[in-house]
Design a protein around this ligand. Sequence first.
Ligand SMILES: [Zn+2]
Length: 405
Amino acid sequence: MKKLRNEIWTGFSRVYTGKNIVKKRGRCLSYSDLDDIENVSVIVREGKIKAVLPTAKVGASLRKGLKKIDGQGAALMPGLIDSHTHLVFAGDRAGEFGQRCAGVTYAEIAQQGGGILTTVNATRLASQKMLLDLAVQRVKRAQSFGVTTLECKTGYGLDFETELKCLRVVDQVRKIFPEMTFVKTAMPHHAIPQGVSRETYFTESLQFLSRLHKESPFEAVDIFVDQCYFTHQDLKKLAAWAKRARVLLKVHADELVCTGSAGLGAKLGAVSVDHLLKISDPDIRQLAKSNTIATLLPGTALFLREPFAPARALLDAGARVALATDFNPGSCYSLNLPFMMHLGALHMRMNPAEVFAAVTINAAAALGQKNRGAILPGFIADFTALPVGDSGQASFEQVLYHMAW
Ligand SMILES: [Zn+2]
């Protein structure tokens, strides 16, 4: 979908504005908070929503100079936001997936030198052009699912040169797809390279982070805090760096075991804590009191045959929840955000308004994006048209209903 300038969006059967969800700041939502309006037009001036008003009231003077976009009966919602992807890497791990299907465990594959380090080796060897070609194909795939904002993490370089190469790929992708919004996240703290201790690598990578930021500025940093990965101490040091550099902090938290990293992330002002498969009850309460977004990644749980994150407990406690793909070669090879929404609705028992918030304003907040994720005056004009069902009706529920369509 093109970046919008001066346009009138009209002829949609219904428009989901997200008004109630914005009013409630994306928390404590019931199904009836999913509000839609029929027969309205959306007026866009200079890429921002100027007005949402009944089509009958749009006179000639209001239409003047606007390009008409005819919805032909489709439904309109804010553009989908995928707030957690590992977009840039080379190679795939289909062979390992076959082994897993034949009964070999993820840990056994890692012991044989496979897993994340397979991707690190392939990414280090790949040229920037090769990485760019792969990233471009992936962005087109995300676009085909209605995604208009995409977060892109590095994390398969684990050295200065390769992390920089991956950040530069995102810079190039931005130029190729000006109609989309990309949020760059540096994640050299994704794993520990072979043959180096965690302490040595953490110290080294914290030093090169500043150089990376200078060469190819990014909006956020992320760190994998878990058993055999990085520690609470490392997270505190990275949080201090992020504060000084004025970049957002994100945390891969409580994925493999419960370490309490979700609660610590919230205390340190992280914009989001992600995964949360093993989050503790006190940390659920901690998150609910904070502005930190709980980003849940149901595709990863499914791919790893793990129970889903406790979405209901988080939502009932009052936490703000986002849903994302976690697209990556090892634990979720999918950019199908509508499928994650389906999993959220059906298997994590999120009501449709909660799912809507999870891929619009809550996902925007997880990326520090203001004025995005609703069709209201002042918001950025960024839309997704929703599928029309076999009955000829277009609605938000159609997205949830179409399973991996
Ligand atoms: Zn991830």
